[in-house]
Design a protein around this ligand. Structure first.
Ligand code: GLP
Length: 263
């Protein structure tokens, strides 16, 4: 693993994504061993899958127990029936929760079902409740993060402000295109979601960002070198007190320092 940081966001180049996945999983495991009641911020998508595989392994071998930990996911679609196969809750259950010793009642997603009953389910009330639940749990100790091709973090699409909090958002076209495969076509992808805000994410004490593959090369370059602005919400990660970005060679391929093969 090689450091390729400019000062704005500590960045590490790995030869294989597995190398980064091990480093981040080891860090999470150390955190949870030192602080069993740790609060973890989780992400969905292709990016964190290997980290989750490593955590499952650590739990299976009894190296690490998550029994006292709490988790908060970044985001969830709105307007899906409970238990829908495309929901992040179902994805998290299948990919991670079913294989760890987490207490089910301490796995949180910003979702409507169960949180509010009755006809008028108020997504805005759920968002406010999610924000206060994170605070009540003591805040996020470590947030795992991927970056959308358009610079979104969580579902904070371009236009999201630095001080945004958990809220209802409209999904952008690129985000819905990227999700089309899980829904069997773009027309089935929800148009709205609940997401932690940019400020909610930046409040995490540590943030570990992963980006793998050539399709992330442009957004990695923009995250590090575009002006910090709502146009590319991932630029807001720069300046966080304890953030690290792990990229493989493909994702780093638009960075001059890598293109010129100096690392
Ligand atoms: C999704 C999620 C994000 C995720 C990102 C990247 O839409 N809401 O939390 O980090 O897009 O997805 P992937 O890891 O599949 O590239």
């Amino acid at each position: 693993m090689k450091s390729i940081s400019n000062s704005s966001l500590p960045t590490f180049l790995v030869e294989t994504r597995e190398e980064a996945e091990r480093v981040v999983a080891d860090e999470i495991a150390s955190l949870v061993r030192a602080k069993p009641e740790a609060v973890l911020g989780l992400a969905t998508g292709n990016t964190p899958i290997g980290v989750y595989r490593e955590l499952i392994q650590k739990c299976a071998t009894r190296e690490t127990s998550f029994a006292r930990a709490t988790t908060f996911n970044l985001d969830e679609y709105l307007d899906l029936p409970p238990g829908h196969a495309g929901s992040f809750r179902v994805w998290m259950q299948r990919t991670l929760f079913a294989h760890l010793d987490l207490a089910p009642e301490r796995t949180n997603l910003p979702e409507l079902d169960g949180a509010v009953s009755g006809n008028a389910i108020d997504a805005h009330a759920v968002a406010a409740h999610y924000e206060s639940s994170i605070r009540a749990a003591g805040g996020l100790d470590l947030q795992i993060l991927g970056i959308g091709r358009n610079g979104h973090i969580g579902f904070n699409e371009p236009g999201s402000s630095r001080d945004s909090r958990t809220r209802v958002v409209q999904l952008h076209a690129t985000t819905r295109e990227d999700a089309a495969r899980s829904f069997g076509g773009i027309e089935a992808v929800p148009v709205r979601a609940l997401t932690m805000g940019v400020a909610t994410i930046l409040d995490a004490r540590r943030i570990r960002v992963l980006a793998f593959g050539a399709h992330k090369s442009a957004i990695v370059r923009r995250t590090l070198f575009d002006d910090v602005s709502s146009e590319c919400p991932s630029t807001f990660l720069r300046g966080h007190a304890d953030v690290a970005l792990y990229v493989d060679r493909e994702a780093a391929s638009e960075l001059d320092v890598v293109r010129r093969s100096r690392v």
